[in-house]
Structures are given as structure tokens and as C-alpha cells.
Design a protein around this ligand. Structure first.
Ligand SMILES: *[C@@H]1O[C@H](CO)[C@@H](O)[C@H](O)[C@H]1NC(C)=O
Ligand SMILES: *[C@@H]1O[C@H](CO)[C@@H](O)[C@H](O)[C@H]1NC(C)=O
Ligand SMILES: *[C@@H]1O[C@H](CO)[C@@H](O)[C@H](O)[C@H]1NC(C)=O
Ligand SMILES: *[C@@H]1O[C@H](CO)[C@@H](O)[C@H](O)[C@H]1NC(C)=O
Ligand SMILES: *[C@@H]1O[C@H](CO)[C@@H](O)[C@H](O)[C@H]1NC(C)=O
Ligand SMILES: *[C@@H]1O[C@H](CO)[C@@H](O)[C@H](O)[C@H]1NC(C)=O
Ligand SMILES: [Fe+2]
Length: 512
């Protein structure tokens, strides 16, 4: 090193030595919100590259600025790329927020503060009518819908945003710098409304570590699966990826299923379903779709829908579970298109009626919305969709939903290609929720009695699925069990549920 260079180096080094850590690494960035799952809470999450305190200063809009503060904690996230980049993810839960009141906040520490943002605490009344934007598959490159979403969010059009998997493309790339860049891109949305997520296949690298570390969803599952309530809805977020990445732990699949069953059971308790009649699920990979790729949803034997039989024990799919517990609406992404389905179960459409398919539908309503915009562009449709496909679009865009009240739910699709035009909309109207809402109008045909080998499943068994088309028995206290032509009832008991080898299942009649 020449003396001149040495002198320069000394000059540059001097201020750093005075300040200790250059403040750029203690500067908060990538600020985003999520709902804490408990009324009156909001979680603020952000990143710094050096360790600092985790503090949010906030106040009611119009009150003395930053008169309240809350402290949280930071966790060190070391990316698994070659550089092993380190970042600190800060999480602070704000509590005792007034329902529907607006707050201003900034976050950071005495070593650096974020910009000032604002949010409106969720209205925890079960009669409120929350408005959502939802989509999947939004990337760092070609995020076509982002500008429109930024403006609409800042205008206050949404209470919550649901990002149904596949972020950034991909967060781990360039030693997780793509993840940083993406989280900065969505700050303009996610720092203003709770940004609720589920994992997609693009998060899989290093066992979903970028996803698990960067988001802060309710529950103790590192944001993989959880549920929460808003207005008259119970919203369940799942990882469909547990069906595909068995190497990361097959137990995750079974754990999630077990949790789902418990959660659905709880949500279906009469006192719960009475105040929150809507059960809405979100998961990345759909059970059905009519795209022309070879994705899971294009096959009749979809893993997500029917489960897998190449695991030990066989892994149950989600369609029967969701059907059995009367899930009303299922939101999906992954296909880079928009598709609305007629109410569907068992690969068949079950309209409420021909004139009004979504008024008292006889099966769950599925929406697939994965065209927000990413470097993979949009997908193409198969020219011959099945009978359950109701509306399709390959435009870039995203979806909106309002859970208006206990009987009315509205959804629409925005085309970004057509400057924000609403290209599709439906009202789902349900006077009745839960499993029994499906059963009402299915026509049962009495075709004979159960054979003696089937006798043992008769007792306490109530009803089976419309997938099957033969009704062997209609008992005195409405004990019905179907068998399908494809299967003989070889029945296995699992708790109160009976599973047959072909996927028929029965369950105990809950006496009322
Ligand atoms: C601060 O972060 C930078 C960038 O990650 C790192 O190079 C530096 O060692 C850190 N300093 C401290 C004191 O942790
Ligand atoms: C919350 O929503 C309910 C039902 O729409 C409404 O009556 C109430 O005024 C809202 N609360 C606030 C604080 O705005
Ligand atoms: C992947 O992450 C999940 C969630 O933290 C964990 O339960 C599982 O053991 C991990 N799998 C591997 C192979 O590390
Ligand atoms: C297992 O599942 C595959 C497709 O998922 C299906 O083709 C096959 O028939 C099933 N095997 C059995 C024994 O059920
Ligand atoms: C469901 O309703 C739509 C709209 O009326 C109709 O086009 C479709 O054929 C119906 N499907 C079935 C299976 O009834
Ligand atoms: C629910 O909302 C719909 C649509 O706005 C409305 O027609 C209906 O009267 C509402 N029901 C109740 C009980 O408020
Ligand atoms: Fe995907």
C-alpha cells in the first residue's frame, strides 16, 4: 500500500471508529405488519443487519406522536447460501389497540428509525364486514399488480391482504438479497395493513427458512399453518407444501392434518359457528385447476385433494376433511391464472341451483388466483375444462373479497392488464353453514340394506359423500352410509371417523 493510500484508508476508517457500527446496518428496513391472532393486537416485523433493540413507538392518529411504545425481540437469521448472510428479524406485538382505530408508528431503536407508517386496528366485532385483497405468486421481477395494490392499500380499500404463497422468486436467491429486495418492495403495502401469508413451493429452498424467518403469523408453527378470526369468518392458512417436500419431514404433513381437524372441530362448535359462520381456507396449491401444465391440480389424483398412498401410513388429503367440516370458501394460487369453480366436491359440480349456483351451494367454492405477476409470466389453460370450471382468465391481476355478514360474501377479480377492470364477481349466499348445508338437497336413494360385513359401521354412522352413488342403507335415526361402486367398504376406525380403503369415510352422528 502506498503512503497516500494508507492515509486515505486512515481517513475513511477514522469516523467509523468514532461511531462504532456504521449506522446503515442498524437502520430498520422491510417493515411489515401481521395480525397477532388475538383481538386488539398487531405485530410489527422488520429487519436490521446488526443487532439492535426492537422498539415500536406509536400513537393514535391525532394524539401526541409516539406517546406509546412497545418492546419486542430480535432473532438472528443466517441464510444458508454460500455467504451465510446474517440478519436480525425484529418482532414487536402491539396490544390493547382500540378496534377500528387508526395508529401511526415507526420502528427501530435509538440506532435508527424507520419511516412513519399508519394502520387501522382490525375491528374485532363479529358483525364487521372486512375487506381483503388476495393473490399468490407475486415476484421481485415483473410484479405487475404491485403498483395498483400499493395505491389501493394506501387509499384504505383493504383491511387485510392475503398472500397465498410464492414470494419474490425466490427469497433465498443471491444469498437472500432477493428476499430483502422483495420485502422492501411490499413494504408500501405490508407496513399499512396486516399481510397474512402461507408458504408456496418457491419458498422451499433450505427447508422454507426464508419464509419461516421473515414472517410472523399467529400460532407457534413458524407461520406454516395457523388460523384466526375476522368479522364473521374463521380463516385457516395451511401449507400445501407438506404434501410435496416429504424430505423436510413427513411428520409435518400429519401434524398439520391433526391440527386442521382440531381447528375445524373447534370452529364448528355450535357456539363458534353461530358467530363466525364462514370458514375460509387458504393454501398455495389448489386441488382443482384447468391449466395445461402438469401440476398436481390438473390430475384427478391430486395429492392435496386425495392425499398420498406412497407414505407410511397413507396421508389423507384435504377435500374430504374440508367437506366434512363444511368449509365454505377455499382460496388457492400457484397456477398463474385466475379460475373460479362452481361449488365442487369429488370432481363434480354441486350448484345451489341451476339459476343461482352460489346461493346455498352444496359444496365448497374454490377460487384460484396466482396471477399477481412474477418472472414466470402467466400460464395457459387446457382447452377442455371439466364441468366444475366456471370462469377463467389469463390476465395479470388479483382478487378482492368482502365478508359482508353471516349470510353474504362477495368476491371479485381485478384485471391489471385491463387497467383495474373487474372481470368477474360472485356473491356466495348461505342461509346455513356447516356440513348439514350440503346434505339438505342431496337426494338419497334407498337401494338396499348393508351387508353383514358392513353392519358394524352402521351403528352411529350418519352420512357419506356424494362422490359415491349408491346408498346401501337408510337407518331409522337417519343413519346413512354410502358405498361407491369403486369400492367395497373395508372399514378402519380412526377415532370417531371410519375410513374405507377407497377413500369413502363415515363419521359419527352428532345426535342433534
Ligand atoms: C454489522 O453488520 C455488518 C453486515 O452484516 C457486518 O459486516 C458487521 O460485522 C456487523 N457488525 C457488528 C458489530 O455486528
Ligand atoms: C365495528 O364494526 C361494527 C359492525 O359493522 C360497527 O357497528 C362498529 O361501529 C365498528 N367499530 C368501530 C369502532 O368502528
Ligand atoms: C424443516 O423445518 C420444520 C419446521 O421448522 C422442522 O420441523 C423440520 O424438522 C425441518 N426439517 C429438516 C429436515 O430440517
Ligand atoms: C395410489 O395413488 C396413485 C396416485 O396417487 C394411484 O394411481 C394408485 O392407484 C393408488 N394405489 C392404491 C393401492 O390405492
Ligand atoms: C352450475 O351452474 C352453471 C350456471 O348456471 C351451469 O352452467 C352449470 O352447468 C351448472 N353445473 C351443474 C353440474 O349443474
Ligand atoms: C347481509 O348482507 C346482504 C348484502 O348486503 C344484505 O342484503 C342482507 O340483508 C344482510 N343480512 C343481514 C342479516 O344483515
Ligand atoms: Fe407455486
Amino acid at each position: 500500500m502506498s503512503p497516500v493510500h494508507a492515509a486515505c484508508a486512515l481517513l475513511f476508517a477514522a469516523p467509523l471508529m468514532v461511531l462504532g457500527v456504521p449506522p446503515i446496518w442498524t437502520q430498520p428496513e422491510q417493515v411489515h405488519l401481521s395480525y397477532g391472532g388475538v383481538p386488539g393486537t398487531m405485530v410489527v416485523t422488520w429487519t436490521t443487519f446488526n443487532e439492535t433493540e426492537s422498539k415500536v413507538e406509536y400513537s393514535l392518529l391525532g394524539a401526541r406522536l409516539f406517546e406509546m411504545s412497545a418492546i419486542g425481540h430480535a432473532t438472528l437469521f443466517v441464510d444458508s447460501g454460500t455467504e451465510k448472510r446474517k440478519m436480525f428479524i425484529h418482532r414487536v406485538t402491539l396490544g390493547d389497540l382500540k378496534p377500528a382505530a387508526s395508529y401511526v408508528y415507526h420502528c427501530g431503536s435509538e440506532e435508527g428509525w424507520s419511516d412513519v407508517f399508519f394502520f387501522t386496528a382490525l375491528n374485532d366485532s363479529t358483525t364487521s364486514s372486512p375487506r381483503f385483497a388476495f393473490y399468490g405468486d407475486l415476484g421481485n421481477e415483473n410484479p405487475q399488480s404491485l403498483a395498483r395494490l400499493q395505491k389501493e392499500t394506501q387509499l384504505g380499500m383493504y383491511d387485510v391482504i392475503l398472500h397465498i404463497g410464492d414470494f419474490a422468486y425466490d427469497m433465498h436467491e443471491d444469498n437472500a438479497r432477493i428476499g430483502d429486495e422483495f420485502m422492501r418492495q411490499i413494504e408500501s403495502i405490508a407496513a399499512y395493513v396486516p399481510y397474512m401469508t402461507c408458504p408456496g413451493n418457491h419458498e422451499a429452498t433450505y427447508n422454507f427458512s426464508n419464509y419461516r424467518n421473515r414472517f410472523s403469523m399467529p400460532g407457534q408453527t413458524e407461520s406454516l399453518w395457523y388460523s384466526w378470526n375476522l368479522g364473521s369468518a374463521h380463516i385457516i392458512s395451511i401449507s400445501t407444501e407438506v404434501y410435496f417436500y416429504l424430505d423436510f419431514g413427513q411428520d409435518l404433513l400429519f401434524k398439520q392434518y391433526e391440527w386442521l381437524e382440531k381447528d375445524l372441530e373447534e370452529a364448528n362448535k355450535p357456539e363458534n359457528r353461530a358467530v363466525r359462520p364462514w370458514i375460509i381456507t387458504m393454501g398455495h396449491r389448489p386441488m382443482y385447476c384447468s391449466d395445461d401444465d402438469q401440476d398436481d391440480c390438473t390430475t384427478f389424483e391430486s395429492y392435496v385433494r386425495l392425499g398420498r398412498n406412497d407414505t407410511k401410513p397413507p396421508a389423507p388429503g384435504l377435500e374430504d376433511l374440508f367437506y366434512r367440516y363444511g368449509v365454505d370458501v377455499e382460496l388457492w394460487a400457484h397456477e398463474h391464472t385466475y379460475e373460479r369453480l362452481w361449488p365442487v366436491y369429488g370432481d363434480k359440480a354441486f350448484n345451489g341451483s341451476r339459476e343461482q349456483p352460489y346461493v346455498n351451494p352444496k359444496a365448497p367454492v374454490h377460487i384460484i388466483t396466482g396471477s399477481a405477476g412474477c418472472r414466470e409470466k402467466t400460464d395457459k389453460f387446457n382447452p377442455n375444462p371439466k364441468e366444475w370450471s366456471a370462469f377463467r382468465s389469463t390476465d395479470y391481476g388479483y382478487s378482492r373479497m368482502q365478508v359482508v355478514n353471516g349470510t353474504h360474501l362477495y368476491m371479485e377479480q381485478v384485471s391489471d392488464d385491463q387497467n383495474g377492470k373487474v372481470i368477474d364477481s360472485i356473491w356466495v349466499v348461505k342461509e346455513k353453514h356447516g356440513f348439514s348445508a350440503w346434505v339438505q338437497s342431496h337426494h338419497f336413494v334407498h337401494t338396499g340394506d348393508l351387508s353383514s360385513s358392513e353392519e358394524k359401521v352402521r351403528r352411529g354412522i350418519w352420512h357419506l359423500f356424494p362422490r359415491v352413488n349408491k346408498v346401501p342403507s337408510l337407518g331409522t335415526n337417519a343413519e346413512i352410509c354410502y358405498t361407491s361402486q369403486r369400492c367395497t367398504l373395508s372399514v378402519e376406525e380412526r377415532g370417531s371417523i371410519f375410513l374405507s380403503s377407497c377413500g369413502c369415510s363415515c363419521w359419527q352422528h352428532s345426535s342433534s
